[in-house]
Design a protein around this ligand. Sequence first.
Ligand code: ADP
Ligand code: GLC
Length: 485
Amino acid sequence: MRILFVASEIFPLAKTGGLADVCASLPRELAAMGHDVRLVLPAYPGARAGLEAAGPQIPVQELPGVGCIPGRLPGTGLPVVLVEAARWFDRPGGPYGDTRGRDWPDNAERFHGFARASCAIAGDRAGLGWRPDLVHCHDWQTGLVPALLSLEGSRPATVFTVHNQSFLGRFDRAQFAALGLPAAWWSPEALEFYGDFSFLKAGLVFADQLTTVSPTYARELQTPEFGCGLDGLLRHRAADFTGILNGIDTEVWNPATDTYLRQCYDSATVAAGKRANKAAVQAELGLPAVGRIPLLVMISRLVEQKGVDLVAELIERWSDRALQWALLGSGELQWERRLEALAAAWPERVAVRIGYDEGLAHRLEAGGDLFLMPSRFEPCGLNQMYSQRYGTVPVVRSTGGLADSVVDVFAAGSGAAGTGLVFDAPEAEALATALERGLPLYRNRAAWHALQRNAMAADFGWRRSAEAYLEVYRRALAAAGGGHG
Ligand code: ADP
Ligand code: GLC
């Protein structure tokens, strides 16, 4: 199958979160299974700089000032096309906002432009000499692609994946008019959304098949509590909507070969390996070098979704306990300040690093004892899976992909299959209770090792999920061929 991935983040060229990891590792698995996969990404400055084997820019005739730069995704050999348009993508800051995290005011125009260029590529009108059978789009930034392709006479099949429903790509009527979208789309059956319009909704309405990144989140999205105003639409399209748990890149996240670590290890050497990595990360962060104290780590975008407040509250409440906390993240200023204040108040117990640091993320996974993920909602979540592979026991709230990928060690019937600690209420008290249950295990060496080994044995490779995507692709091809194709 010829498959075109369209995304606003692809690791390592552009990343703010798990979207980037998935949009690199799923295509890689599909390619390994023999499919012809190519990727499209905006030409942010970092992506241009990182592109391997970059070819000369090819102008896109139907879009003045827009060009395509073909190249390869570093470390994978996968063909990537960067959509170059200096006015939209050549600026400092992140993919969606400036260096202070404020959204770019022209995001509707930027990602509409990106969508149009992606349609030109999909229709082989961009001089690349290749035409996909199917286009796989991700999150609101690409929601207009299935909509715009639906206007074309002969088109590829389309699949739209929701990685996070809370980002609606919502803009007002003036922006709708400025983009020159078909007037008929200003309707509740199409893009209109409570007096505005939504790029995400465009994807959900127009793609042949829909997916999201875990079975539990797929069910949650069909309820008013989690659906962000689009639960009715998803119930309506339930027959075309599948939840598929993300896999992880087992080469990038492999404690046996990870070059970021002081000492590599596997499940046979986990005790010694983690001891060495814990000492190294304590030294790196300026925490006292004590081996027996549990080290609780968190790596996260610092936003309400992730339950940072629960962790902050618990650190305060337990400030007199023999525990160490190491937190890495960036995001909203209020959370960054709150965490920094905790580190300032208890420097012997709490280390905080604000910023984005790939290497430290790996070292924390290797050196930590427990990994905290008390998310209010979590479409899939990757770190709880990385943690298991690194023998770091995840402590998660039972929601979305966390519920689908962590088995509570005390759950009735889980027996030897437990891989972490799971709690329900989105409250510091519930997180505290989960830890109170887990910490005695930590002090029981044999029980802890058994739990670590179970976690490390869990299979989060992509093969099974990639096969599930291929099923969805086949359904999309049938729908596109039989319907409007
Ligand atoms: P989300 O996409 O909602 O942020 P995921 O768990 O799916 O959540 O993915 C987060 C990814 O981003 C993981 O690969 C994680 O290691 C990484 N990450 C998040 N914050 C940081 C940070 N400050 N430094 C390094 N990596 C980070
Ligand atoms: C989103 C979600 C996260 C998921 C990631 C990759 O950023 O918040 O839960 O793991 O996408 O699908």
